[in-house]
Ligand binder design. Sequence first.
Ligand SMILES: O=c1ccn([C@@H]2O[C@H](COP(=O)(O)O)[C@@H](O)[C@H]2O)c(=O)[nH]1
Length: 235
Amino acid sequence: MSLGPRLIIALDFPAAAPALALAARLDPRHCRLKVGKELFTAAGPALLERLQARGFEVFLDLKFHDIPNTCAAACRAAAELGVWMLNVHASGGSRMLDAARAAVDAASRRPLLIAVTVLTSQERADLAEIGLDVEPAQQVARLAALAAAHGIDGVVCSAREASALRVAHGAGFRLVTPGIRPAGADTFDQRRVVTPADALAAGSDYLVIGRPVTAAADPLAALTALAASLPAEPV
Ligand SMILES: O=c1ccn([C@@H]2O[C@H](COP(=O)(O)O)[C@@H](O)[C@H]2O)c(=O)[nH]1
């Protein structure tokens, strides 16, 4: 089964113009695009329409986390925007996950619904601070199991956790992995980072890549080099 392009470029920009300028240099046959909180707040649904009109499938990364009714309503509204994938926080719990899933199931074009486990910027000390005395991998496994049990299509995790999740949840469970860094690249605020080739080898379905491409002096050259470090796309 082909999952389509496995690279998802995070358009973390403050306005539509730079996002559209980068998108104009990209090919929807080779990557998908991610619109997150910053860009969506600045540019709104109109930007999604323009990206989709150019042939891109869009991951709307708003990480909804609220009471079940509010979360479901947000998922419904996001699904109506025609996005390919959207997400919620698994830590919202089973009733919130059920409500979110029911909302996307009712959509005329159902997007993939993905649950965020432990942010890739977090390490053990960050979890301890919020009262979780566990390794990130353990908390990721716990939240992924909750998501899977409630019919969620997959999770956002670090590729460090991908192989264990693939064993636990099988081939159809989508593993979406940010925190991707070519060897030697600046990690910035990320903590659980993995190289692109290692992420795929570990079983990631989709690699989310932002600053290694978008902050590069030549984003297209950076993306081309990154893609060249990967085995050929399955067809
Ligand atoms: O656990 C998570 C969930 C989401 N993200 C998002 O992915 C990109 C990563 O950007 P980089 O510049 O490659 O670090 C960014 O939009 C995050 O909001 C994540 O990093 N980790």
